[in-house]
Design a protein around this ligand. Structure first.
Ligand code: SF4
Ligand code: SF4
Length: 362
């Protein structure tokens, strides 16, 4: 029975798609047996794609409603499923590994023996998955970089979705959690380059959920701005979903551990899949050739030019402005890239663009 329930879990996780969705290798079973008890795996497998109440899931399983509700609540607290209220009714929904279950394991930033074990098992599964399947093929960008708006050259068109401050200004509920990528790297003993850890920001109802169930911390707007300042000073890249609306999170990512950045850097032209729509312009009169920008640039898109002013490789440049925020001479300003496409409006449009891009590539 135990083996069978995890075999079924494999099929279910594969159907939920997303990165690392499921490949039948020993590392998969080692990982899921630590994440899910057999009872939790059984409930996970009975959850349909659409949200359902505890009563509905219990009916699907022909089991007692209170017993199933208890298991669902524990699963939600462990980040193994999502739960939310609509009016007086509570719903539950199964989650994919990413985005979802993997990130939720590390949001509180704990380092218990179980956290370390889970981090090791997830790392082993991802490595084995990449070996078995190869690097994921990229088509349409699902995430985008948000540049640092104070570095944008005067006179350029700046849309509100290009300004990180927009998301802080318009949301009353803001939460912050530990960076999944860096924390899991720390748990497996990797160097995190002294980068700040508590910098994953959530907004609106997603923030409320992360605070209530996933161990995130509520922040004031002033604290949220300080988190952004800290991230910019450290040279982290602001990143969110590639939409102009419904932006409910901002990650602050580094080049060594961020899953997205590591993935795009494997592509021949990383800038095609991860970009803000801005590019740096260097003022030769202000530049002192100190090379700080070259050291800070996450995708290593800069080299020193013959005239002692940095040159940018636009096939690699993300438009993140990490170079500009670190320049001691204020010699770098960000300018709009000509003809950069407007991102899809919302997640629905993003999926349409993604499917069209897949179809085009065959
Ligand atoms: S950090 Fe500024 S001053 Fe130093 S090389 Fe880069 S542009 Fe020039
Ligand atoms: S040159 Fe590097 S640091 Fe500057 S915007 Fe491009 S990717 Fe970012």
């Amino acid at each position: 029975m135990t083996q069978q329930v995890y075999k079924e879990l494999y099929e279910i996780m594969k159907s939920r798609r997303g990165p690392y969705s499921g490949v039948e290798i020993p590392e998969f079973y080692d990982m899921v047996q630590e994440l899910f008890t057999p009872q939790e795996a059984e409930v996970n497998n009975a959850m349909p794609a659409k949200p359902l109440t505890a009563a509905g899931i219990a009916a699907e399983m022909n089991r007692d409603e209170d017993e199933i509700r208890g298991i669902l609540e524990t699963m939600a607290d462990k980040g193994l499923c999502k739960t939310f209220r609509k009016g007086d009714v509570r719903y539950y929904q199964g989650e994919p590994f990413m985005p979802g279950i993997f990130e939720y394991q590390f949001m509180p930033g704990k380092a218990t023996d179980r956290d370390k074990r889970i981090a090791q098992l997830i790392r082993a599964y991802k490595n084995a998955f990449n070996t078995a399947k190869g690097a994921p093929k990229m088509t349409f960008p699902v995430t985008r970089v948000i540049t640092v708006d104070r570095t944008i050259e005067a006179g350029n068109t700046v849309y509100t979705y290009d300004q990180v401050s927009t998301y802080i200004d318009k949301n009353e509920t803001i939460g912050v959690g530990t960076c999944y990528c860096r924390h899991s790297a720390k748990l497996v003993g990797e160097d995190t380059h002294d980068m700040p850890m508590e910098v994953c920001m959530w907004f609106g109802s997603m923030a409320a959920y992360a605070i209530e169930r996933l161990g995130a911390r509520a922040m004031t707007k002033a604290e949220a701005r300080r988190v952004l300042d800290l991230a910019e000073e450290a040279g982290l890249v602001h990143m969110s979903r590639n939409t102009t609306e419904n932006v409910n999170f901002i990650c602050n990512c580094d080049r060594w551990h961020c899953e997205v950045i590591k993935g795009v850097l494997k592509q021949p032209k990383p800038a095609l899949f991860f970009n803000s729509g801005f590019q740096p312009r260097f003022d030769p009169d202000l530049c002192t050739a100190c090379e700080t920008c070259i050291e800070r640039c996450p995708p290593e898109a800069l080299v020193m030019g013959e005239n002692e002013v940095p040159q940018v490789d636009l096939d690699r440049c993300f438009g993140c402005a990490v170079c500009a925020t670190g320049c001691p001479s204020q010699a770098i300003a960000m300018e709009c890239k000509p003809d950069f496409p407007v991102p899809p409006k919302d997640p629905k449009e993003l999926i349409v663009s993604l499917k069209a891009s897949f179809a085009k590539q065959g």
